[in-house]
Design a protein. Structure first.
Ligand code: SAM
Length: 477
């Protein structure tokens, strides 16, 4: 017999309405709880030990036990729920009482701080000592400062956890038996960026990523809590060997998620030194690129001029010591048009008259410049253009600057690649937002120099139509 989760759902709703939520206290709706539980491959041993850390009102553990009861009637189940907030213990107790009344199930609550107790900082609990077969969690989300006790606790495990949810996942993973699985609904932010690099390495070294579930619309999961965080659900197998990854997508207008499988190498690119976790689209196209900008000897940096901090240096008119000042507004279909003769334009000249301003100027040369922000409605996230001026030049802070690039054909080829559809789709596999940082560009796969030169040779930097760009990078590779 399975469990009627409607009581647990009612408890979630009334509890959420009656307490003043702490940071990161968002309770999982029943449908999402069932989805999480279904993303574990149920093993078939005689006894299963399950952990629900940060259990809240207990809906996740309840959903999983209910599923096991149905699919594996002969398996006995032990559920351990850990919760720190004493206000939630009565509701959690009621849910676990319902769980406990199922045949062959025992459920217990540990009222404790999962991170500080379980890491040993506060003492530890016997019920948490033996390894678990399954961990299910919707952990709290909140940034952890470098000196936060939770962060120090996790350092003992050998991982930097910049956020509570990462700390919960790392600890949960370390409590699994080999082959045990963890499923978590968490913000997507750990999948890229440098803050989470140590955490990603920890995850990817200790487990195999089996499933990733995404939501087409940001407010699908926590609709009634007003959370607009982009969430993903991931399933990890402790000590597993990397293999194909199942990608699930909940579409806004379809109750049945869409699934496809991609190779692990498309999720974590073998060339990626920062171990970004990407969510490739279904077609997972082959890309003609396996280098990084650094391997091509090219540096990338954010434009140095922060105009509001250097107002008196950003001028409308040229002067004796001014150099061109390049803004995103100077981008013009693959080239930088300077000066830009538009009404209400940004200042086009940067006064390099003293040490302060000279430090913000780039040496003469050819650069590929990439916008740092794109509008949501722009067709591509990555927008690049070639700067090929004579003298020194200054780039405003809303640009990223790659170079200098001595070979004109390589610069044009690089601009073609960065403006291409395949690169854009690849970028979207790891970034859900419209910002393109220098760090992102450093991790992107780039074709080798010969390929870039071939693409750029005998071509002008002015961009061709999108179809032609995409034809070049797919057919001339
Ligand atoms: C995002 S809520 C999710 C609750 C529940 N798992 C669910 O899915 O509805 C996170 C829960 O973790 C609890 N929590 C936060 N920090 C904790 C800690 N250090 N130890 C144990 N529980 C914690 C919060 O009180 C909250 O109930």
């Amino acid at each position: 017999m399975s469990l009627d989760l409607s009581f647990a759902e009612q408890r979630r709703i009334s509890t959420a309405g009656s307490i003043t939520a702490e940071a990161g206290q968002v309770f999982t709706p029943r449908v999402a709880a069932i989805l999480l539980a279904s993303m574990l491959d149920l093993p078939d041993p005689k006894r299963l030990r399950i952990l629900d850390p940060g259990a809240g009102t207990g809906i996740l553990g309840a959903a999983l036990v209910s599923l096991i009861r149905e699919a594996r009637p002969g398996t006995s189940v032990e559920l351990v729920a850990v919760e720190r907030d004493s206000r939630l213990i009565p509701a959690l107790g009621e849910t676990l009482h319902e769980v406990d009344s199922l045949a062959n199930v025992s459920a217990s609550i540990i009222e404790a701080d999962y991170l500080l107790d379980e890491s040993g900082l506060l003492g530890g609990h016997e019920a948490l000592d033996d390894p678990f077969d399954l961990v299910i969690m919707n952990p709290p989300y909140s940034k952890l400062a470098a000196g936060a006790p939770e962060r120090l606790a996790l350092r003992q495990l050998g991982v930097e956890a910049p956020n509570l949810y990462a700390a919960f996942m790392a600890l949960g993973l370390s409590q699994l038996r080999p082959g045990g699985q963890l499923v978590a609904i968490v913000p997507r932010s750990f999948m890229n960026g440098t803050y989470f690099e140590s955490f990603r390495r920890f995850l990817l070294n200790r487990s195999a990523l089996r499933r990733i579930h995404t939501f087409e619309s940001r407010n699908t999961v926590f609709r009634d809590s007003g959370v607009l965080q982009e969430s993903v659900i991931v399933t990890l197998e402790a000590g597993g060997k990397p293999g194909p990854v199942d990608i699930g997508v909940s579409l806004t207008n379809d109750p049945v998620p869409h699934h496809y499988t991609v190779d692990y190498e498309k999720v974590v690119l073998p060339t990626d030194v920062h171990k970004f976790i990407r969510i490739p689209d279904e077609h997972g196209e082959d890309i003609p690129a396996d280098k990084t900008l650094a391997e091509l000897g090219l540096s990338v940096a954010t434009g140095r001029v922060v105009d509001f901090r250097a107002r008196s240096y950003c001028l409308e008119n040229s002067g004796d010591e001014t150099v061109p000042l390049i803004y995103p507004g100077n981008f013009n279909s693959g080239v930088i048009t300077w000066p830009r003769g538009m009404k209400r334009q940004k200042p086009q000249h940067f006064d390099a008259r003293d040490d302060f301003s000279r430090k913000q100027v780039h040496a003469p040369g050819r650069y590929v410049v990439v916008k740092r922000f794109s509008a949501k409605e722009e067709p591509r996230r990555v927008v690049a253009a070639v700067w090929d001026g004579e003298g020194p030049v200054a780039f405003e802070n809303k640009t990223n600057v790659i170079g200098p690039i001595p070979d004109a054909a390589v610069a044009i080829g690089l601009s073609i690649w960065l403006n291409s559809g395949p690169l854009d789709r690849l970028f979207r596999t790891f970034s859900g937002h419209t910002q393109v940082n220098a760090g992102d560009l450093r991790t992107l796969p780039i074709p080798d120099e010969d390929t870039l030169r071939k693409w750029g040779c005998d071509r002008e930097p002015e961009l061709l139509g999108q179809d032609e760009i995409d034809r070049i990078v797919t057919e001339e590779a």
